[in-house]
Design a protein around this ligand. Structure first.
Ligand SMILES: Cc1cc2nc3c(=O)[nH]c(=O)nc-3n(C[C@H](O)[C@H](O)[C@H](O)COP(=O)(O)OP(=O)(O)OC[C@H]3O[C@@H](n4cnc5c(N)ncnc54)[C@H](O)[C@@H]3O)c2cc1C
Length: 469
């Protein structure tokens, strides 16, 4: 049995890993040069508690369940998860009534520990909240992760368990000949018994190529501002949600920066790559974030960026099976939170009637990447004694060492962003002004590349023309 998974975002990565628990061949196809660079790269990174989703929707079915599954995943795959909890703020009696509805909906969806706090209790949890707040819905099970890290870890583990990863390989067409799916890719033709379409913003186009109709996707852009203001909030802070969605939030990241956003702007289906930020969007973020947390200091901005949600007209995920092909479409929010539960259900559904054995030698663990900054003095001393490159700091903002950059390359990083998203070098307040050249020197040495061959991310993102001196 041969299975292809199209797309190495959080959804495809977890599906691929789930398949490797069985005695089958698994191959993953990703059109970008690295894992987790689609929708999974630019979002809020929240494991939503699950009170927001109307009962009866797939979002409600999978969110709280998927959220819970992340505890095991983060331990097995060694990626960071912080269960920091969330607060939805009410500034009026009308908003408080909405919080009560959310609390009830959350209980129906199986969310544990929800509690409505009064003003004093809310300020105790989060001292920098606006003094205008009258109440808040507290959800202790909300958490934060770096979503791309979870996807990378899942794929690495899938590969350790025998999966094959084809990066920079775009699926151009899919046909069915004699019960075999033929994938026509940018790197040749491949045949499979089963295919999972987890292509994010392009999942509707791929479904269409196989003659399957799903409601079309359009991107909904969410702009963000990233701040270097650690400690300004400790939990995820939401406004009361409205028709337009969950609103603009203030939250810490797992890297101790602070995220403001996202906006919510519908774009036409032709703009599935439009990740620019706008003056209007950023101004709106500042106003909305400071309404929740007046202490938010915009002069601490590190960078701005935008992500694209794959939206459809039914505002819900679509899981559509046709023969031995499953289409996972409209993986909008809370798709990150829901992904582990979706992955499990899809693999159970696809393999349900077949007599395929579970592998006895499946290894659920991925070894952690070395993080020198998180070590005790003794551990640091020992690792530097064994390998002095762990003592040479390359990124001053996030204290990343040469040894960690080399590790990232050994874990598959081939571009500057590949290193950034594995080590957090270039992620800090100087955004790579200090370390980019040092990292390029290490890449040149380790990968045997010339400087002009080094890319920031995509093939057209060359950094320099060559050596100057
Ligand atoms: C602004 C914003 C905020 C969000 N916040 C949250 C949140 O806080 N919590 C939450 O739970 N969810 C959140 N979400 C939703 C969450 O980010 C998504 O549900 C999730 O990342 C979707 O993952 P995916 O694997 O389906 O898509 P992707 O990550 O896009 O993966 C699909 C992959 O398929 C590849 N691909 C596409 N076409 C092809 C092809 N033809 N051949 C080969 N490869 C192909 C793409 O390159 C891509 O890497 C947010 C989304 C956005 C945009």
């Amino acid at each position: 049995m041969k299975v292809a998974v199209i797309g190495a975002g959080i959804v495809g990565s977890l599906i691929a890993r789930e398949f490797t628990k069985y005695e089958i061949d698994v191959e993953v196809f990703e059109k970008l040069p690295d894992v987790g660079w689609g929708i999974t790269k630019a979002n809020s990174g929240i494991l939503h508690a699950g009170y927001d989703d109307e009962p009866g929707t797939l979002r409600a079915k999978y969110c709280a369940k998927g959220n819970e599954m992340y505890d095991r995943l983060s331990k097995d795959l060694n990626f960071e998860l912080k269960r920091i909890g969330s607060l939805v703020l009410a500034f009026s009696e009308e908003e408080l009534n909405i919080l009560k509805e959310l609390e009830k909906r959350g209980k129906d969806n199986g969310v544990k520990g929800l509690k409505i706090l009064n003003r004093i209790e809310s300020l105790e949890v989060e001292p920098n909240l606006s003094r205008e707040v009258i109440s808040a819905l507290y959800a202790p099970s909300a958490g934060i992760i770096a979503p791309w890290e979870a996807a990378q870890a899942a794929i690495e583990n899938a590969v350790e368990n025998g999966a094959m990863l084809h990066l920079s390989t775009e699926i151009k067409n899919i046909s069915n000949e004699n019960n075999q799916y033929v994938l026509d890719t940018s790197n040749g033709e491949f045949q499979f018994d089963m295919v999972i379409n987890a292509a994010g913003l392009w999942a509707d186009d791929l479904a269409e190529k196989t003659g399957v109709k799903v409601s079309p996707l359009h991107p909904r852009r969410g702009e963000y501002i990233l701040l270097d203001q650690p400690g300004v909030v400790r939990t995820v802070i939401f406004p009361t949600p409205s028709e337009a969605g969950k609103g603009i939030l203030v939250l810490p990241t797992v890297h101790d920066t602070v995220l403001l956003g996202p906006t919510s702007q519908d774009l036409p289906p032709t703009q599935k790559e439009s990740t620019k930020t706008t003056f209007d969007g950023l101004s709106k973020i500042v106003k909305s974030a400071q309404k929740l947390v007046p202490a938010v200091n915009i002069s601490k901005t590190i960078r701005t960026f935008a992500g694209l949600r794959p939206e459809n007209d039914i505002k819900d995920f679509v899981l559509k099976r046709e023969g031995n092909m499953m289409h996972v479409v409209a993986t909008r929010s809370p798709g990150l939170s829901s992904a582990p539960a979706i992955a499990k259900d899809i693999v159970n559904d696809m393999l349900g009637d077949l007599e395929i054995k579970k592998r006895s030698d499946f290894n659920p663990h991925r070894a952690p990447l070395v993080k020198v900054i998180e070590m005790s003095d003794k551990e640091r001393e020992n690792i530097i004694a064994k390998n002095p490159s762990y003592g040479r700091v390359i990124c001053r903002c996030n204290h990343v060492t040469e040894g960690e950059v080399v590790d990232a390359i050994r874990h598959g990083a081939r571009t500057l962003d590949g290193i950034k998203f594995r080590t957090t070098a270039m992620f800090g307040r100087c955004q790579g002004s200090f370390c980019t050249v040092k990292i390029m020197k290490i890449m040149k040495r380790e990968l045997g590349k010339n400087y002009e061959e080094i890319r920031k991310n995509l093939p057209n993102s060359q950094i320099v023309d060559g050596d100057v001196r």
